[in-house]
Design a protein around this ligand. Structure first.
Ligand code: KG4
Ligand code: ZN
Length: 340
């Protein structure tokens, strides 16, 4: 069997062709970073319009790269939750149209579950059961993943997502968008102990939750007090920028690592799978490697291309199809986080 997977939850237009053996025949990701850069964040209306322009060429290119045509496709999978409503609708409309035209089943993929499944795709082996950490621009959540398609949400952020905090701090430091890679680059030259930033709930072992808004405010006040104007207007020295970036990143990493270990304690599992754009962060990867090695736990973090949004992770639909989980044409988008 060959599945076409479609991903348009935020600002990447992506499609892939995968087999029921989880082989990737072709994959395309069209980034919109340049369209959103000057706004310092994803603008939903621009994102949905760009998806409309790109979705058909992206699907065509994925099919070409796979060396197949639409008539070879046995099912179409689309991420319909969570994400930006307008963006989700473009992918869903394309998927439904193809299912009608080809008379094949439709599979509704949860974008966050798919981020964890990216670890399974990269590993080339079964990784379940595991604890899952999703760290992206929109989400920071911990899961108990019983199987590839049976997830229990253990907890998440009560305000900003980790990636959102990276993006906002990058904007304050004048580092551009997307913020994560820029902050990581600046942090490489900085002292992570230069500023003592807050680490919410760090030692609260029974609280598998995150909060990054206080950290973001602390960075803002470290740049300049509120009465002194906007942080974006403050001329920082390269040393100050690097120290602020490094100290901020260290605070985020401390919390993400501690909470992941607490999730392993809480679930009694010995495998951690990490997904989402922030998992591309080298400091986070190194610290997770050390922390899991210390307790003899297995760690799965995908390569960078499978950390950020892509359609290969939509191969979770193969497992859903095997379990008979198909959707009908009344399927709608669910922009908010589904508590499962
Ligand atoms: O998963 P993703 O591609 O899209 C969402 O579903 O949100 O994640 C994007 C987020 C952005 O906030 C971006 O700044 C962050 O991932 N990110 C990083 C790094 N690369 C991307 N954050 C920290 N360090 C990085 N190297
Ligand atoms: Zn994502």
């Amino acid at each position: 069997m060959k599945l076409l997977t479609i991903e348009t939850t935020c600002d990447e237009t992506a499609a892939a062709v995968v087999t029921d053996d989880l082989d990737v025949l072709g994959s395309v990701v069209a980034s919109q970073d340049q369209l959103h850069a000057r706004f310092g964040g994803v603008v939903p209306e621009i994102a949905s319009r760009a998806h409309v322009e790109r979705i058909l060429p992206v699907i065509d290119t994925a099919l070409n790269r796979a060396g197949v045509t639409l008539s070879d496709i046995d099912a179409v999978a689309v991420a319909n939750s969570p994400g930006l409503a307008g963006s989700l609708l473009v992918g869903l409309a394309a998927a439904k149209a193809l299912c009608v035209a080809l008379d094949v089943p439709l599979v509704a993929v949860d974008h966050l579950h798919a981020h964890i499944f990216a670890c399974r795709m990269a590993a080339g082996e079964d990784i379940f059961p595991c604890a899952g950490l999703i760290v992206s621009g929109g989400h920071t959540s911990l899961y108990r993943c019983r199987t590839a398609i049976n997830f229990e949400l253990l907890g998440g952020t009560i305000d900003d997502a980790a990636g959102e905090a990276f993006d906002k701090v990058a904007a304050m430091l004048g580092l551009g968008f997307p913020g994560g890679p820029a902050v990581e680059k600046a942090a490489a030259a900085g002292d992570p102990r230069a500023f003592q930033f807050p680490r919410s709930f760090l030692r609260d072992k029974d609280r598998l939750q995150f909060s990054f808004s206080g950290l973001k405010t602390a960075v803002r006040y470290a740049i300049c007090p509120p009465e002194a104007g906007n942080p974006e207007d403050v001329k920082l020295t390269p040393r100050q920028t690097a120290d602020l970036a490094a100290s901020f990143q260290e605070a985020v990493v401390d919390v993400l690592v501690a909470k992941s270990m607490q999730a392993l304690d809480h679930t009694g599992l010995d495998t951690l799978a990490v997904g989402g754009g922030v998992a591309a962060n080298g400091a986070l990867r190194r610290r997770l490697e050390a922390a899991t090695a210390e307790r003899n736990a297995r760690l799965f973090v995908p390569p960078l291309s499978l950390c950020t949004d892509n359609a290969v992770m939509g191969a979770i639909a193969v497992e859903m199809l095997k379990a008979g989980q198909t959707a009908d044409l009344s399927l709608d988008v669910q922009p908010g986080l589904v508590r499962s």
